[in-house]
Structures are given as C-alpha cells and as structure tokens.
Design a protein around this ligand. Structure first.
Ligand code: ZN
Length: 260
C-alpha cells in the first residue's frame, strides 16, 4: 500500500480544459456533478473518468502524480533535525486513508521545508588530512576528531577529554604540554590547551621532533606550537595539508555517490 502525492493542474478552473460531458465541480481532488447533476458522476463514471484522462495535457488533470513515500519522508525529517523542525510537511502529511487537500500557499511552505531537507540530505563534506608530499588522503572526519593525544598523562584513569579541547581530571606534570590536537569540520587542525584555549591552527603544517615533544609549524606564517604527540597518521609524512572532500561514506546508495 502506498500514498499518492498529487498536484492538481488548474486547467479546469481557468477554462483551458475540454468541456466535461455534463457540468462538474471539483471538490478537493475529485470531480462530482454540479448542482442539478448530483449523482450523475456515479451513473456516468466511465464518461467522467475518460474526460478526466483527456481533458487537458495533464492526464486526470494532475500536474504531478507520484508516490508520497510517507514513511521515508518521516524518517528523513527525523534524521535531519527532528519532525518538529518541519511543521508544514508534518501538518500536510495525511493521517488517515481519506487523503487530504492542501491549498497552494500551504504547499509553498512545504516546498520551502522540502528544499531545506534536501539541502541537509545532500552529500556532505568531510575534513580530510592529506599527505602533502604524496597528495593522498590519510583520513577524514565529519565531526571534530582528536588526532593528537596528550602524552604523559597522569593519572591515566578518570580523565575526560571533550571536543572543545578541555581535559578534566588531569593535573599536568610541570614542563609537559597538556595539549590535544583536533581535525575540525572546517578542515583546520587546531592544537588546544587543556583549558580549551586554541594555541595553534593551520591547514598546512609540518611536524618535527623536538626533545620529548613535537613542534608543529605553519607552512605559511612559520607560527609554531609544542605538542606532546605527533598527530595521527604521522609516519613518513612530515607535512600535512587539510581540505574538504565529499563524504561518500554517508551515502549508502552507490549510484548517487560522488566519486571525489
Ligand atoms: Zn491541465
């Protein structure tokens, strides 16, 4: 069982349709006998249906006639901000088997919400770290992701690290760098002090060993920061760049996935 979603054309109301076999009025999405012809639409149903099919260039005077896919629509709304974020669509969806008819101004609100939902469902981008020497993507993230852990943490239990860089439950040893480094959705790597202060941000930098720690150096400005760990993926790579790339992983249908 499915639900049809129909947009009516206005050829009947604007006299661009062929004349019906007898006077009809449109009530919602169906035609019925005009005053004086009540009941005729039942008796002469085949004639009415044939007229509807051929009265204008739009079969059955339907501008658009598609399956509504109500359940998928509700799921998509739920996944992208929640049902309450799409009040016009929610109000417009039929709640029973009788169907419902929506005036054009309400349809405009629904279309605006559908556009917004469509934007939210469009392929998103991930921030990616690229090996600057080889141009290969080392890894990507669509949420803030910690890419450099603060080494030499004591104690190692009951420590909580949050995406804003704050570290709770840690008393740093003197001389250590209580920092984390993060790849963030704007494709910038940030080194943050344990109190959340941003110490360094760059999308093109080198990492060099520096005593017990590491120095990150921005390629453009030469700005540096000391961090206790090399960032994830460090190996032969000494220079990182970050950029955005299309997130294929979140698009389950391969036919719609970008290949970038
Ligand atoms: Zn039409």
């Amino acid at each position: 069982m499915g639900i049809d979603g129909i947009i009516l054309c206005d050829c009947f109301e604007t006299d661009r349709a062929l004349a019906p076999p007898f006077p009809l009025v449109r009530r919602g999405w169906y035609f019925t006998g005009a005053p004086g012809f009540e009941g005729q639409d039942d008796v002469r149903r085949d004639e009415v249906l044939e007229w509807e099919r051929t009265a204008c260039e739009h079969p059955y005077l339907h501008l658009v006639d598609n399956k509504l896919r109500r359940r998928e629509l509700l799921e998509a709304m739920d996944d992208h901000g929640g049902l309450a974020a799409f009040p016009a669509i929610l109000a417009a969806l039929p709640h029973g088997n009788d169907g419902d008819c929506l005036p054009p101004e309400e349809a405009a609100r629904c279309l605006a919400e559908l556009d917004r939902l469509n934007d939210l469902m469009a392929p998103s981008t991930m921030a990616a770290v690229v090996d600057a020497d080889r141009g290969t993507i080392l890894f990507g993230a669509s949420e803030p992701e910690m890419v450099g852990f603060p080494r030499r943490l004591q104690p190692l239990t009951h420590i909580r690290i949050y995406t804003d860089g704050t570290i709770h439950g840690l008393t740093p040893e003197p001389g250590t760098a209580p920092t984390t480094s993060w790849l963030e959705p704007d494709a910038v790597v940030r080194v943050k002090h344990m109190d959340g202060t941003i110490l360094f941000e760059s999308h093109d930098f080198t990492q060099e060993r520096s005593g017990d720690d590491w120095t990150f150096r921005d390629a453009a400005t030469g700005a540096t920061v000391r961090h206790s760990s090399p960032s994830r993926g460090h190996g032969p790579t000494t220079r990182w760049r970050t950029r955005h790339h299309a997130d294929c992983a979140s698009r389950p249908d391969p036919s719609t996935s970008p290949t970038a």
